[in-house]
Structures are given as C-alpha cells and as structure tokens.
Design a protein around this ligand. Structure first.
Ligand SMILES: Nc1ncnc2c1ncn2[C@@H]1O[C@H](COP(=O)(O)OP(=O)(O)OP(=O)(O)O)[C@@H](O)[C@H]1O
Ligand SMILES: [Mg+2]
Length: 229
C-alpha cells in the first residue's frame, strides 16, 4: 500500500549566479513499511529530495502526496504539525541536547508535543536499539554509535509513519554504521515504520530493500521499479 509519492518533483535553487537544477522531474512511490536507500554522488540531489519528500522545504514545481494529502496545499504551520506528528528525522550530526540524559532526550519530542509517552512503544524501541543501560548517561559519555541509536529512538518516540534519515551513519566507522543500519531495519520491520534514508555509502545502501540512485537531480537507477521490456 502506498504511503508517499512525488510527481514531477523539481527543485531549482536561485542563489546569485546560474540556477542550480537540484531535482528534475522526479517520480517515486514508496509503500508502507518499506526501507529505501537514496544514493548518488555528492551534489546529485539526495538531501534536496529528502527535504522535499518530508516537507522540510517546498519544491519549485511538482508535488508530494502523503497518504492522499497534497503537501503543496498545506500552509507552513500545517506542514510543521505534519512533520512533528507523522514524520521522524535523523541526521548525520547527532544533535542531542548535551545537558539532558539519553532518556530525557528521547522523551523531549513527546513532551514538547504535550503528549503522554506510550511506555510499551518506548520500551520496545529501547530494547531493539540496545540502549537500556545508557538511559541515564549524558550524550558526552556515549560513543557515536550509542548517540546515533538514541537519536533514532528520539525520532521514533512519537510513533511516526515515516522516518527520514540523511547520512545517519556518516559519522560512524563502517562496522558501527552497519550495526546501526541493521537496527533500523529491525525497527522498520517490527514496528512497520517506513524508512527513507540517504547515504553515499554503497555498503550501507545495500542493506536496504530498495536502492534509488540519483544522478544530476534525476533518478538514474531504481531497484524498486519493475522494468517491463
Ligand atoms: N540551499 C541551497 N542553495 C543553493 N544551492 C543548493 C542549496 N542546497 C543544495 N544546493 C545545490 O543543489 C545540488 C544538490 O544538492 P544536495 O545537497 O541535494 O546534494 P547531495 O546529493 O545531498 O550531496 P551530498 O552528498 O554532498 O550531501 C547541489 O548542486 C547543491 O550545491
Ligand atoms: Mg546531502
């Protein structure tokens, strides 16, 4: 079942000199619970695509449809509510609050949304991500892999439908990066969360169910597309 799609998605940046065509006519459909890696060289448009799909930024033309809702019809406030309630985000830099423990960091988005945490869900996340013995630690007292797992738990605390991750393993060594990816796959499978992650690292991308490769703002390869000869 489809959860998200984009149609003729185009993003052109105008910054002083010549326009940059970061995305050109991209059409993609993502099904519920799927795990997709978006890959491609630096500057190919990966982050731009993630920003458009997740409503962090608006396309120049074309549209993004989340569960039959056309995001171009949302105003900025509606978009930010949608992001807070339905989407989770993980970035390369761990950006945890340094003064708060792992547990406080994980609970922060739920608290900010004035909602009651779902204890069962949180406990399951903590268990899958293997951070139960780190909950009272400050970020500074955790390894990079542990901090990134806390970030993933924080991003999933609100039970989002889709997790968007931009180079989530970019600051981790190869082995730790693969471990974090494996955990993300387990979370996706067990909790039915759709995951769309950007990585320029092919060994990371290969762990996804589907690999989309961008080249100059266009889809060059998509393992999720059945090519009919
Ligand atoms: N805010 C911006 N203003 C102007 N140009 C931008 C902006 N953001 C991105 N670009 C340009 O758009 C193109 C695509 O950038 P994008 O950040 O999406 O690439 P990327 O594939 O994520 O690269 P990387 O792997 O280095 O993160 C690049 O040419 C980039 O310079
Ligand atoms: Mg990028």
């Amino acid at each position: 079942m489809e959860i998200l799609r984009c149609e003729s998605l185009t993003k052109t940046y105008q910054s002083g000199g010549a326009p940059v065509h970061a995305l050109q006519n991209v059409n993609l459909t993502f099904s519920q619970g799927s795990f997709t890696a978006i890959t491609g060289k630096s500057g190919s448009g990966k982050s731009t695509l993630l920003h458009m799909l997740s409503g962090l930024d608006r396309p120049t033309s074309g549209k993004v449809i989340y569960q039959d809702n056309d995001l171009s019809k949302y105003n900025d406030n509606q978009l930010s509510v949608l992001r807070r309630r339905r989407f989770g985000f993980v970035f390369q830099s761990y950006n945890l609050v340094r003064e708060l423990t792992a547990q406080e960091n994980i609970l922060l988005p739920v608290m900010l949304d004035s909602r009651k945490p779902d204890e069962n869900h949180l406990n399951r996340l903590i268990e899958i991500l293997g951070i139960g013995d780190r909950l009272s630690h400050l970020p500074g007292a955790m390894s990079g892999g542990q901090q990134q797992r806390v970030c993933i738990a924080r991003a999933l605390a609100n039970k989002p439908a889709i997790l968007f991750a931009d180079e989530p393993t970019g600051n981790l060594d190869g082995k730790t990066g693969r471990e974090v990816l494996t955990l993300m796959r387990t979370v996706s499978q067990e909790l039915g969360i759709t995951m769309i992650l950007v990585t320029h690292d092919l060994t990371v991308a290969e762990q996804a169910e589907r690999i989309i490769r961008l080249e100059d703002g266009q889809v060059a390869d998509d393992s999720g597309t059945v090519v009919i000869p």
